[in-house]
Design a protein around this ligand. Structure first.
Ligand SMILES: Cc1cc2nc3c(=O)[nH]c(=O)nc-3n(C[C@H](O)[C@H](O)[C@H](O)COP(=O)(O)O)c2cc1C
Length: 343
């Protein structure tokens, strides 16, 4: 979870018997090896490294200036000038991938795009299992074709960015329940279910659907080890039952978060902002300054539909509670599904 976690949360989850994911999407290539080494130093347990397959960002002439002009009143609310037009918009993915291959973590997961077969083969040759994020059956099939070892099936309940890469976002909004079941039927690979899983009941539900594992994001946002900022934590604690919306306004790519003033007021123009990662880069200083100023109305408050169920605590304690709850749910299911006709 870029923006909400570093190696500390990944290591804590792995050490507690889950599989932590090091959010490397925003890391400079040269920072990836040291971050992987920190996870390895903290635990012998398996972990994953996640990369975002962002394009470099190639704005049309005048696009950045127009976007910065649109953001100027927002920067002004924090007493700031908008930033200078940046030279680059995201870390170089090819260099990030080389750093991951060199670090050879037990698993690597990829979101926003798809690797070709030779790159999947290079990771696997280094002993790294490859997990591809899919929001549709077609994307899961594409990852299977590319030689992936597993599929993360990301339902539309999920917090943060949507992982779609084949169809447009509207055509990629499948709920976790339908997505896991249909991918399971279509692809002969382990499926990791993601989206709306907030506790052991959710874990049991996706295992019952045939998922091999549950991936939880929002449920960790209040964890002690998460790097979720103070105003973001406050917004999560206050979140109502229907708090989240999809928006393109913060980053130029659809993502789910708790609705705030920025999302509401930018809603009408969100289709005009530059595509990811350009808008993401242009709003970064705004969001950082807002977090510093304890101002939740201008931060991307990424969170999934289950956010009202997020609880604080240590990651290890959360995992233990979820295992127990999942076991309890399984026992309850077994008793509820016993045949009553005696045969
Ligand atoms: C704050 C936040 C940051 C995220 N960052 C990433 C990321 O860097 N890479 C990624 O593949 N998914 C990212 N996700 C999506 C999660 O991997 C996962 O699909 C999602 O959290 C599951 O749904 P849930 O939020 O309902 O648990 C992020 C989610 C959140 C809430």
């Amino acid at each position: 979870m870029v923006g909400a976690s570093l190696d500390g949360l990944a290591a804590a989850v792995s050490a507690a018997g889950g599989m932590g994911a090091l959010a490397a999407g925003a890391l400079a290539p040269e920072a990836i090896g040291p971050a992987v080494a920190r996870v390895r130093a903290a635990t012998d347990a398996p972990f994953a490294v996640n990369l975002l397959m962002a394009p470099r960002g190639d704005p049309a002439p005048g696009e950045v200036a127009a976007a910065l002009a649109q953001l100027t009143p927002w920067y002004a609310q924090l007493g700031l000038e908008p930033p200078e037009a940046p030279n680059s918009f995201a870390p170089d993915f090819d260099a990030q991938l080389e750093a991951v291959i060199a670090a050879s973590p037990p698993a690597a997961s990829f979101t926003f795009g798809i690797l070709d077969r030779p790159r999947v083969a290079r990771l696997r040759a280094r002993g790294t299992l490859v997990i591809g994020t899919a929001t549709t059956v077609a994307e899961a099939r594409a990852w299977a074709e590319a030689g992936a070892d597993g599929i993360c099936a990301q339902g539309f309940e999920a917090g943060g960015h949507r992982g779609h890469f084949l169809a447009d976002p509207e055509a990629s909004l499948v709920g976790t329940l339908a997505l896991v079941a249909t991918i399971r039927s279509a692809v002969d690979l382990p499926v990791i279910a993601a989206g709306g899983i907030m506790d052991g009941r959710g874990v049991a539900a996706v295992l019952a659907l045939g998922a091999a594992a549950a991936q939880m994001g929002t449920a960790f946002l209040l964890a002690d080890e998460a790097t979720t900022s103070r105003p973001w934590r406050g917004a999560i604690e206050r979140a109502g039952d229907d708090a989240t919306r999809l928006t393109r306004a913060f980053t130029g790519r659809h993502a789910r978060g708790i609705e705030n003033r920025f999302m509401r007021l930018m809603h009408g123009v969100q289709d005009e902002v530059p595509a990811y990662p350009v808008q993401n880069r242009l709003t970064q200083p705004l969001r950082a300054a807002a977090a510093q100023a304890d101002e939740p109305e201008m931060i991307s408050l990424w969170a999934g539909q289950g956010v009202a169920l997020a609880r604080p605590g240590q990651a290890a304690g959360m995992l233990r509670a979820w295992w127990d709850e999942a076991g309890e749910a399984a026992r309850m299911l077994a008793s509820r599904t016993e045949r009553k006709d005696g045969s």
